[in-house]
Design a protein around this ligand. Sequence first.
Ligand code: FAD
Length: 582
Amino acid sequence: MMSIHEHTFDAIVVGAGGSGLMAAVYLAKQGSLRTAVLSKLYPTRSHTGTAQGGIGAALGNMGEEDHWEWHMFDTIKGSDYLGDQDAIEVMCRESPEVVYELEHMGLPFSRTEDGRIAQRRFGGHTSNFGEAPVRRACYAADRTGHMILQTLYQQSIKHDVEFFDEFQVVDLLIEDGSCRGAVALNIATGELHIFRSKALVLATGGYGQVWEITSNAVTLTGDGLFLVARRGVPLEDMEFYQFHPTGIRRMGILITEGVRGEGGILRNHAGERFMELYAPNLKDLASRDVVSRAIYKEIRAGRGINGERYVHLDATQLGAEVIENKLPEIADFCRTYLGIDPVTEPIPIQPTAHYAMGGIPTDVDGGVVGMQGEPVRGLYAIGECACVSVHGANRLGTNSLVDLVVFGRRAGIAMAEYCRGADLEPTGEDPAGRSREELEALLSTAGKDGENAAEIRREMKELMMDNVSVFRTDELLSEAKVKLEELRERADRIAIDDPSRAFNLDLTDAWETRGMVELAQITTECALNRTESRGAHSREDYPDRDDENWLKHTLAVVRDGASEIGYKPVSITRFEPKERVY
Ligand SMILES: Cc1cc2nc3c(=O)[nH]c(=O)nc-3n(C[C@H](O)[C@H](O)[C@H](O)COP(=O)(O)OP(=O)(O)OC[C@H]3O[C@@H](n4cnc5c(N)ncnc54)[C@H](O)[C@@H]3O)c2cc1C
C-alpha cells in the first residue's frame, strides 16, 4: 500500500518551465503567498531551457523602427486569423516591458555595440504591417531559453518558492467547478502526496512526444492536458499542431530558425533555393507551416536529397565567425550528432513535430474556462499547455517565450488576487483514492502477461507521423481514428516489468503512454472534424481556408472515451481576416 503525505499551500504551480517559474516569482514576490512548484523534472531541465532562437519584442534596438502594433499584426496574420486579437494585443503590448524586466533580473542577453539588447530576424516578423522583415527577436546567442530558465529559477529561490522536484502530478482535485489542489507521485520514493491549495496553475508544457520525429524532450507527454480532459474540462484547437521545418534528419533535434534569420537557405537536391517558388516575398523566412509544406512538396516531387525524405539547410555562406558566435549550439549539434561542420557543409533536415497551438482554454489572466465560457474556480493554465489563444492556427517563432513570460506574470498576479479573497475549500474524503487505485493496479501487473507500453508508444508515434502530421485527408485521419481506438484498448491492458517503488520510470512511462494515446485521439478527432485548411492544419481534401464556416475555435470535451465537439467565436478587434500572401 502506498503511504500518503499531505501539504497545504496558498498557491501551487505545476511545472517549472519559463511560464511556471514566472508565475511562481510573481506569486511569491508580489503576493507574498506560500507557493509550491511541483515538477516531474529537476526545474532547470525543463524544455524551456532548450529554446534557442529568441524572444520577440518590438524594442527597435537595431536602428530599425518597430512597434508593438506591427508585432500584433504579424502574430494575427501568422495565426491565420484564428488567434484572439484581444489576447494578442495584451501579449505584444506587454512584451517589451517583460523583456526589460528579465534583463533587470540579470538575464545575459547578447548586446549591440552600444550595449542594447541585440535583435535578429525571425520568420513572419515584419515592419509596417507586412512590408519587410524586421529584427525583433531578442536573444542570448542560441541559448535564449536556457538563460530565461536559469534567471527565473534564481529569482524563485530568492523569493522563497518551495520546490518539490521530481514530483509528478497524477490527478487534479476538481470538485463542483473549483480546483482545490492536486495529487502527486514522489518519483524517488513511490509515495503519493496530496497538495491542497486555493489556486493551482498548470504549466506542464507541450505534447510533442505523441509524434515520431519531434524536437520535444521525452518528458513532453502532455500530462496537464490529459489530466484536465479527464476531469471534464475541454481542450481548445487541438487540431493545430506545428511542425518546425528544420529538425535534424531522422532525429528531429531542432535547428533554430535563427539560422535562416541570419541568412541560411533551404536547398533541394538540385541545389535550388526552392522557397523562392513557394513564398516569393519572405522566402526562407515565411511562416513555419508554409515552409514545412514546401519541404514536403519538394520531397514528394522527388527533389529531396538523393530522392530521400530530407532537404538541405545551407549555412555555409554565413562564414565561420557568424556561426561560431551567434549559433554556437547549432554548430555543436551538427558536429556531435551528424559529424558535419555547418561552416563548410549543408545540414540535412526534415520537418519535426514542435509546438502545440491548442491546449487548455483560458482568459487573458490564465483563468481556465469551461465549455460555455464559465470559469473553473481556482484553476489556471499558462505556457504551451494553455490556449489563450495568441497563436491561433500557427505560431510565429519567438512568440512562445513571450507567451510564457507575459501570461506567466499575468496569471501570477491574478492568482495572488484570487487567493487573497478565497478560502481553502474542503476536498472529498479520500482525495488520493483514484490515483492510488490507478497506480496500484498498474504496479500489480508487474511481471504478468499484458501489452507493452513502449510498443504502444512506438505504434502511436508512427501512426501520428504518417496520418496526422503536415498533410491530412479524411482517409488518413479516419484510419488513424480507428487504429487509435485499438491502441487505447490495448493501453488499458498494459503490464509493466518493474514492481519497485523508487524511481519506477516503467510505471510513469506506462501512465504517460495512456494519457498520450488519449491526446492523440482528441487531436485526430478535431482534425477530422475541421473541414478546411488553416495555418498548421492542412487538409488536402479541403485545401482552402473557409472563414464563413470555420472562423471559430474548436472545444473538445471527452465523454465516455469519445470527443464531443463545440465551438467558440474568435475575438476580432482590429484586423479583419485577409488572404495570406507570402
Ligand atoms: C528545441 C526547442 C526550441 C525552441 N525554441 C524556441 C525559441 O527560440 N523561441 C520560442 O519562443 N519558443 C521556442 N520553443 C518553444 C518553447 O520553448 C516552449 O513552448 C516553451 O519553453 C514551453 O514552456 P512551458 O513553461 O510551457 O513548459 P516547459 O518548459 O516545457 O516545462 C514543462 C514543465 O512541466 C513539468 N511537468 C510536466 N508534467 C508534469 C507533471 N505531471 N507533474 C509535475 N510536473 C510536470 C516539467 O517538469 C517541466 O518543469 C522551442 C521549443 C523546443 C522544443
